[in-house]
Structure formats: C-alpha cells, structure tokens
Write a new protein. Sequence first.
Length: 446
Amino acid sequence: MKKFIETLKNIWRIEDLRKRILTTLGLILIFRLGAHVVIPGIDPNMLANLQSQTSKGVLGLLDMFSGGAFSNASVFGLGIMPYISASIVVQLLGIAVPYFQRLQREGESGRRKINQITRYLTVGILLLQAPSYMANLHGQLPPEAFAFTGFLFNFSSVLILTAGTMFVMWLGERITDKGIGNGISLLIMIGIIAKLPGSFVSEIVSRGSGQAGGLIMLLLEIVILFVIFMVSIALVQAVRRIPVQYAKRVVGNRQYGGVRQYIPLKVNAAGVMPIIFAQALMFVPMMFAGFQSDGEVSKFALAFADFTGFWYNFVFAIMIILFTYFYTAVTVNPTQMAEDMKKNGGFIPGVKPGKRTVEFIDNIMSRITLPGSMFLALVAILPAFAMLAGVNNQFAQFFGGTSLLILVGVVLDTLQQIESHLLMRHYDGLTRTGKIKGRGQTVSAL
C-alpha cells in the first residue's frame, strides 16, 4: 500500500504526465455527460420500452459499447461503432485495392489521407444507421414521447446523431494526442465499465430473490469471473520467444554483439482487434433490419439477434479466427524482421539469413496464431454459456467476450504508457518488475 501511494505521488510530480491524465479524465467526463443528453424533442421519462429492448441480445451489447447512450436515446446514441466499421472497410481495401496499398506505403502523409477517407466513410455509415435508429425509436416509444413529428424532426435528429458520433470520435483523437492511452479504446472501455455496477447489482438482486443457487451461486460466479479475467490477461501477454544470435563486432577498443537475444512473438499478436472487427460486422444484420420489433424482422436477422443462439456464436467464432489471421498478417511483417536482423548482424541459430529466416518466422507465427485465435474465439463466446447457465444477461457480458478482453487490453496498454513515463524519469514502475506487457495492438491501429 505504501509503494502504491508513493507511485501516485510520483505520477503527480511529473507535470506532463499529470496534465495528460487530467486531460483524459476531463474528456471522459464530457463523454459520460453526453451519454445522458437526450435527442431534442424526445421525452426522457418515456424510454422504458427502449431500455427493455436493449437489456439483452446484440442490442444490449451495442448499448454497452455506447455506455448506455443507445438506451438513453442520447445524442451519442450510435457510439463509436460506425467509426470502427469504417476502419474495417478501409483496412480490407488496403489488402485488395492498389490505391490504398500505395497510401499505406507513403508514411505519415498516406496515414492522414487514410484517416480522412475513414472519416468520410464513417459519415456515410452514420447516414444509414441514424435513420434506422430513429425508426426503432418510433417503433418502441409511444407517440406522446415525441414533441415533434414529421420529416423535419427526423432529418434534424439524423444530423444530431451523426454529429454526436463524430464528436465522440474527435474526443477519442484528442485523448490519444493530448491525454494518456488510446482514446477510442478508452471510450469503449469506459462505456463497458459504466454498465458493470448496474449489471452486478441486478445479478445480486436476482440471486438474492430466490433464483436457483442463491448467494452461493453468486460467489461461484465471482470466482469463475476472476479465473476468466486472469486467463484473459495471460492470453493477452503470452509470447513465443525466438533466439537471435548477434555476431561479434569490434569498433576501436570496444566489442559489440556476440550475445543471444530474443524476438518476442505474441501468441495473440492481433490483440482484441479481431473481436472488435467481428462484433462490428455482427451488428450489420440488425442495421439492415431497421431495428424493428421481432414480428417485423426477418428470420435471418432474428437468428443473429439471439446472443445465445448457435448460428450467432458459430459465425462469430469463425469470423474471429479469420480476422486474427488477417490482422496478424497485416501487423507482423516477417520480411521486415528478417531484414532488420541481417542489417544488425543477427541470425536465428540453425536458420540461414534471408528467405529461410522469413519462412521460419512465418511458420512460427502461423503455428502460434491458430491456438491463439481459437482460444480468443472461445473466450469471446463464453457469455452465451453464462446466459444459458442462468446468469443475468447484462452481467454475463463480463464472463469473457468482447467486454472483458477490451477491458484487459486497454487497462494493460494504459498502465504500460504510465509506467513508461515513470521509468523515463527514473521512478519505480507500477509493478515490482517495472514491466507491464501491453497487448501490442489497440484500436489506434485502425
């Protein structure tokens, strides 16, 4: 405890770090306040049906990502997911379209151009999703909940929802530039954390009211949740180390190299991005269904709205595995790693430099990515099993799944950045070893 208090004092002493943390907290506060600002013209006291609709299923997960803004009919109701969807499309185009491949090779200027295209595409997606969201509001809320009706009201509400999401995206970018951690990731994490207390209280109430198992079952759930949390941390941090031998070099009177070092290859090099990508695409059927009531939604959309259904979880798991391989191929470049080793006089013992080294690293990545991707998919669908076991729908979201992995990854990344600031100024880190392993990839990679 004494060391923890001393660490907090050290953080406060570093002016730049203190400003970054305070800026981050201020921008997060704006985000949370905005989640409770209802769209003008809608009575906030008549949202019971909407909140009931978003208490379970895919819409419940979407509400969690938006920090409750979806069920509050907030100006931030669509959250940050349209930006994530646009980023997925742009990254896929970077694989297949030469123009985007050229932009990726142009460095900072190309990155700015890609970001600009992503923003334009985000607006396009919002102009599709916002009318669907308004149609859902008209279907769920009674007529007296609306102070205005007609085209002008719906048109202005669509513009407000679009502007709200763009403002949330701007907040995330400001956190990344002026604050601590990755802004977009932090906003998603804050939205998830905001739903945790209420979900836990609901589970306590349901178990205490005589539900099967009672409080003993609640204690068992907490133990299982802790175990899954620790396993998720292990999944994020697991690495396979490849030994690299550096040849001896003598410059003047000094000797360089001649020592063995290691290249740490992450078992889950893609981080939580495959889950975020897959989850964003799982929202597509509901978007095209127009968020209508169950009687008006096609059987296809209903199958993908059933969070505990076989087809939803099967497709979700397959997409996570595929996206893990895709994102690992994008982020890990064996050719570049082999060239860097060769330039620095390094080689993998028993493997010839050049093409053989590239093939060796690629084979290693393929082997460790398969179990990593399968385990990631298993953790992602655990909430469905928790629901089938009788856990409250909202609380079950924290038994693995997108929510837990995002929490683990973002917390580790943020702590890693804080620790870097401390170590740079010769203060002790946040742990005894002074080393916190982040997940390596964040939403900033979008």
